[in-house]
Design a protein. Structure first.
Length: 181
Protein backbone atom coordinates (compact mmCIF):
# COMPACT_ATOMS: atom_id res chain seq x y z
CA UNK A 1 0.00 0.00 0.00
CA UNK A 2 1.33 3.45 -0.90
CA UNK A 3 1.40 6.37 1.48
CA UNK A 4 -1.85 8.34 1.50
CA UNK A 5 -1.68 12.12 1.56
CA UNK A 6 -4.48 14.32 2.89
CA UNK A 7 -5.38 17.77 1.64
CA UNK A 8 -8.17 20.26 1.99
CA UNK A 9 -10.22 21.42 -0.96
CA UNK A 10 -11.80 24.82 -1.36
CA UNK A 11 -15.47 25.02 -2.28
CA UNK A 12 -14.48 25.69 -5.91
CA UNK A 13 -12.12 22.70 -5.98
CA UNK A 14 -14.82 20.52 -4.43
CA UNK A 15 -17.26 21.55 -7.16
CA UNK A 16 -14.76 20.69 -9.89
CA UNK A 17 -14.26 17.24 -8.34
CA UNK A 18 -17.95 16.25 -8.38
CA UNK A 19 -17.57 13.39 -10.90
CA UNK A 20 -14.56 11.95 -9.07
CA UNK A 21 -16.50 12.17 -5.78
CA UNK A 22 -19.45 10.35 -7.35
CA UNK A 23 -17.14 7.62 -8.64
CA UNK A 24 -15.64 7.27 -5.16
CA UNK A 25 -19.12 7.13 -3.63
CA UNK A 26 -20.19 4.30 -5.95
CA UNK A 27 -17.03 2.34 -5.25
CA UNK A 28 -17.06 2.96 -1.49
CA UNK A 29 -20.68 1.89 -1.03
CA UNK A 30 -20.95 -0.65 -3.87
CA UNK A 31 -24.73 -0.65 -4.07
CA UNK A 32 -26.83 -3.40 -5.52
CA UNK A 33 -26.29 -4.09 -9.23
CA UNK A 34 -28.68 -2.03 -11.32
CA UNK A 35 -28.94 0.68 -8.68
CA UNK A 36 -25.52 2.20 -9.27
CA UNK A 37 -26.86 4.97 -11.52
CA UNK A 38 -29.62 5.84 -9.03
CA UNK A 39 -27.18 5.85 -6.11
CA UNK A 40 -24.66 7.93 -8.06
CA UNK A 41 -27.24 10.48 -9.17
CA UNK A 42 -28.67 10.76 -5.67
CA UNK A 43 -25.19 11.41 -4.33
CA UNK A 44 -24.53 14.05 -7.02
CA UNK A 45 -27.78 15.84 -6.09
CA UNK A 46 -26.90 15.87 -2.37
CA UNK A 47 -23.30 16.86 -3.10
CA UNK A 48 -24.36 19.85 -5.23
CA UNK A 49 -26.51 21.13 -2.34
CA UNK A 50 -23.94 20.38 0.37
CA UNK A 51 -21.07 22.21 -1.36
CA UNK A 52 -23.14 25.41 -1.22
CA UNK A 53 -23.93 25.18 2.51
CA UNK A 54 -22.55 27.56 5.11
CA UNK A 55 -19.33 26.42 6.70
CA UNK A 56 -18.61 23.76 4.05
CA UNK A 57 -15.28 21.99 4.60
CA UNK A 58 -13.77 19.11 2.64
CA UNK A 59 -10.71 16.88 2.93
CA UNK A 60 -9.56 14.24 0.47
CA UNK A 61 -7.05 11.39 0.75
CA UNK A 62 -4.98 9.97 -2.01
CA UNK A 63 -1.68 9.55 -3.70
CA UNK A 64 -2.02 8.55 -7.36
CA UNK A 65 -5.81 8.19 -7.12
CA UNK A 66 -8.57 9.42 -4.82
CA UNK A 67 -8.67 7.07 -1.83
CA UNK A 68 -11.17 8.78 0.44
CA UNK A 69 -13.09 11.90 1.27
CA UNK A 70 -14.76 13.59 4.22
CA UNK A 71 -16.89 16.69 4.10
CA UNK A 72 -19.41 18.55 6.15
CA UNK A 73 -20.88 21.89 7.03
CA UNK A 74 -22.36 23.92 9.86
CA UNK A 75 -25.93 22.83 10.57
CA UNK A 76 -28.52 25.42 9.49
CA UNK A 77 -29.34 27.70 12.41
CA UNK A 78 -33.05 27.15 11.77
CA UNK A 79 -32.51 23.55 12.88
CA UNK A 80 -34.13 21.89 9.87
CA UNK A 81 -31.55 19.08 9.94
CA UNK A 82 -32.95 17.95 13.32
CA UNK A 83 -36.54 17.54 12.03
CA UNK A 84 -37.63 14.00 12.83
CA UNK A 85 -35.00 13.61 15.58
CA UNK A 86 -35.88 11.50 18.60
CA UNK A 87 -33.35 11.24 21.34
CA UNK A 88 -31.76 12.97 24.25
CA UNK A 89 -29.59 15.95 23.50
CA UNK A 90 -30.72 18.88 25.63
CA UNK A 91 -28.32 21.35 24.01
CA UNK A 92 -29.09 20.51 20.36
CA UNK A 93 -31.51 23.37 19.74
CA UNK A 94 -29.42 25.97 21.56
CA UNK A 95 -26.13 24.92 19.93
CA UNK A 96 -27.73 24.77 16.48
CA UNK A 97 -29.25 28.25 16.84
CA UNK A 98 -25.81 29.53 17.86
CA UNK A 99 -24.17 27.97 14.77
CA UNK A 100 -22.20 25.57 16.97
CA UNK A 101 -23.05 22.21 15.34
CA UNK A 102 -20.96 20.80 12.50
CA UNK A 103 -22.44 17.94 10.48
CA UNK A 104 -20.10 15.35 9.01
CA UNK A 105 -22.19 14.84 5.88
CA UNK A 106 -19.98 12.24 4.21
CA UNK A 107 -17.04 10.07 5.15
CA UNK A 108 -16.07 7.49 2.54
CA UNK A 109 -12.98 5.44 1.85
CA UNK A 110 -12.19 3.29 -1.17
CA UNK A 111 -12.24 -0.41 -0.15
CA UNK A 112 -8.52 -0.86 -0.93
CA UNK A 113 -7.61 1.94 1.52
CA UNK A 114 -9.65 0.66 4.47
CA UNK A 115 -8.07 -0.59 7.68
CA UNK A 116 -5.19 1.88 7.24
CA UNK A 117 -6.70 4.64 9.46
CA UNK A 118 -7.55 6.77 6.42
CA UNK A 119 -11.06 7.49 7.71
CA UNK A 120 -9.69 8.43 11.13
CA UNK A 121 -7.20 10.84 9.61
CA UNK A 122 -9.78 12.33 7.24
CA UNK A 123 -12.22 12.96 10.09
CA UNK A 124 -9.59 14.49 12.36
CA UNK A 125 -8.35 16.88 9.68
CA UNK A 126 -11.90 17.80 8.65
CA UNK A 127 -12.77 18.83 12.19
CA UNK A 128 -9.60 20.83 12.88
CA UNK A 129 -10.78 24.01 11.15
CA UNK A 130 -14.29 24.16 12.50
CA UNK A 131 -14.84 26.17 15.66
CA UNK A 132 -18.12 24.49 16.56
CA UNK A 133 -18.83 23.03 19.98
CA UNK A 134 -20.41 19.84 18.71
CA UNK A 135 -19.86 17.51 15.74
CA UNK A 136 -22.64 15.18 14.59
CA UNK A 137 -23.03 12.52 11.92
CA UNK A 138 -26.03 10.61 10.65
CA UNK A 139 -25.28 6.93 10.04
CA UNK A 140 -27.71 4.42 8.49
CA UNK A 141 -28.95 2.02 11.17
CA UNK A 142 -27.64 -1.01 9.25
CA UNK A 143 -24.10 0.37 8.73
CA UNK A 144 -22.48 -1.66 11.49
CA UNK A 145 -18.84 -1.02 10.42
CA UNK A 146 -19.53 2.74 10.62
CA UNK A 147 -21.12 2.34 14.06
CA UNK A 148 -18.04 0.46 15.24
CA UNK A 149 -15.76 3.17 13.84
CA UNK A 150 -17.63 6.03 15.51
CA UNK A 151 -17.58 4.13 18.81
CA UNK A 152 -13.82 3.62 18.53
CA UNK A 153 -13.38 7.37 17.86
CA UNK A 154 -15.17 8.25 21.10
CA UNK A 155 -18.46 9.40 19.58
CA UNK A 156 -21.76 8.57 21.30
CA UNK A 157 -25.21 7.80 19.97
CA UNK A 158 -27.53 10.77 20.49
CA UNK A 159 -30.72 9.34 19.00
CA UNK A 160 -32.41 8.63 15.70
CA UNK A 161 -33.37 10.84 12.80
CA UNK A 162 -36.44 9.68 10.88
CA UNK A 163 -36.49 11.78 7.71
CA UNK A 164 -39.52 12.48 5.59
CA UNK A 165 -41.01 9.43 3.84
CA UNK A 166 -39.69 10.66 0.47
CA UNK A 167 -36.10 10.60 1.76
CA UNK A 168 -33.77 8.14 0.05
CA UNK A 169 -31.60 7.69 3.13
CA UNK A 170 -34.17 6.25 5.52
CA UNK A 171 -33.66 6.41 9.28
CA UNK A 172 -30.27 7.49 10.55
CA UNK A 173 -28.65 6.93 13.91
CA UNK A 174 -27.24 10.27 15.05
CA UNK A 175 -23.76 10.18 16.54
CA UNK A 176 -22.15 13.12 18.27
CA UNK A 177 -19.01 14.29 19.94
CA UNK A 178 -18.37 17.43 21.97
CA UNK A 179 -15.37 19.21 20.57
CA UNK A 180 -12.50 20.58 22.62
CA UNK A 181 -12.13 24.27 21.86
Amino acid sequence: MTEVFLRRLSRWQAETQREAMADLYVEAYQGAPGEVFHDRQGFLNRYAEDVQRTGFEMVIAGAAELGGCAYGYTVDRAGTWWQGFTGAHPEAEELTAAGQVFLVAELMVRPGERRAHVATRLLELLLTRTETAWAVAGVPAHAFPAHHAFTSWGWTTLGRLDPAPASATGALDVWGRRRAR
